[in-house]
Design a protein around this ligand. Structure first.
Ligand SMILES: NC(=O)c1ccc[n+]([C@@H]2O[C@H](COP(=O)([O-])OP(=O)(O)OC[C@H]3O[C@@H](n4cnc5c(N)ncnc54)[C@H](OP(=O)(O)O)[C@@H]3O)[C@@H](O)[C@H]2O)c1
Length: 225
């Protein structure tokens, strides 16, 4: 678990995945800022989240101001918007951890693995930003609707990939704050597995008429949060 409350900005935090992460981090006591291109849209999501977890737990700013105000920046925008969003906030990311949940899905065939030419969407962002930003890949396999349902635990482990072990450890702690089991899964290049696995889980959901396919790592003693 994280030893103290953190200021966490979620760029694209008005969306399904980002708002689910925001809800559970705010409930865990972190100070959450939703980054958005639309103040009106973000205010609606903020009010919905605060109604669930308490007034003032979540606030909103534009993406750049949110990234500037936070210690940890989380990216939850569609793959098509990933690079442009990062470039827009690049100056504000210096020295910080960027947690990237991007899955490079290519609609309409989202149940088919179609990785970008760089191999991994998140590794490409680490290459873009260089060593001054510690990019950590996480949450690609965690369904937004599961995060949004506070009445149930999320039945999915989290693979946490990144080149900096200390930054990975911070994100493992943040995943545990959400009530999830999370694992150090190696360097950022390994993110390709988590990104591709999402299409596999979607294919399983379609084949078995389910919505909850998730990931479990077995054979490793559980690490206490
Ligand atoms: N949904 C899931 O279950 C799930 C699970 C794991 C990982 N993910 C990954 O998480 C990311 C977000 O998924 P999502 O389902 O939450 O997506 P989403 O709801 O479609 O979009 C998230 C937010 O991104 C912003 N956005 C959308 N288009 C944009 C653009 N062209 N330029 C800049 N910002 C844009 C919007 O925020 P504003 O309009 O407020 O700026 C939007 O609310 C994706 O990469 C996805 O693969 C999703």
């Amino acid at each position: 678990m994280t030893p103290r409350p953190l200021d966490i900005a979620i760029l694209g935090g008005t969306g399904a995945e980002g708002s689910g992460l925001a809800l559970r981090w705010a409930k865990a006591g972190h100070r959450v800022i939703l980054g958005s291109r639309s103040a009106e849209k973000a205010a609606k999501v903020r009010d919905r989240l605060n109604a669930a977890v308490g007034e003032g737990a979540v606030r909103v700013l534009d993406n750049r101001a949110a990234a500037a105000a936070a210690e940890i920046v989380v990216l939850t925008v569609p793959h098509a918007a990933q690079r442009a969003t990062v470039e827009d906030v690049r100056a504000e990311l210096a020295g910080k951890i960027l947690v990237d949940a991007t899955v490079p899905l290519v609609p309409p065939k989202v149940s088919r693995v179609q990785l970008p030419p760089e191999g991994s969407a998140v590794a490409a962002i680490q290459a873009l930003l260089g060593e001054g930003v510690k990019v950590v890949s996480a949450f690609q396999n965690v369904a937004a609707h599961a995060l949004a349902d506070l009445a149930r635990d999320v039945d999915c482990d989290v693979l946490v990939c990144g080149d900096d072990p200390a930054a990975r450890e911070v994100v493992v702690g943040l995943a545990r704050d959400l009530g999830l089991r999370a694992w150090h899964a190696g360097p950022i290049v390994n993110s390709v597995v988590a990104e591709a696995l999402t299409s596999v889980l979607i294919a399983i959901n379609i084949r078995y008429k389910a919505s909850g396919a998730g990931l479990r790592i077995t054979g490793v003693p559980d690490v206490p949060g």
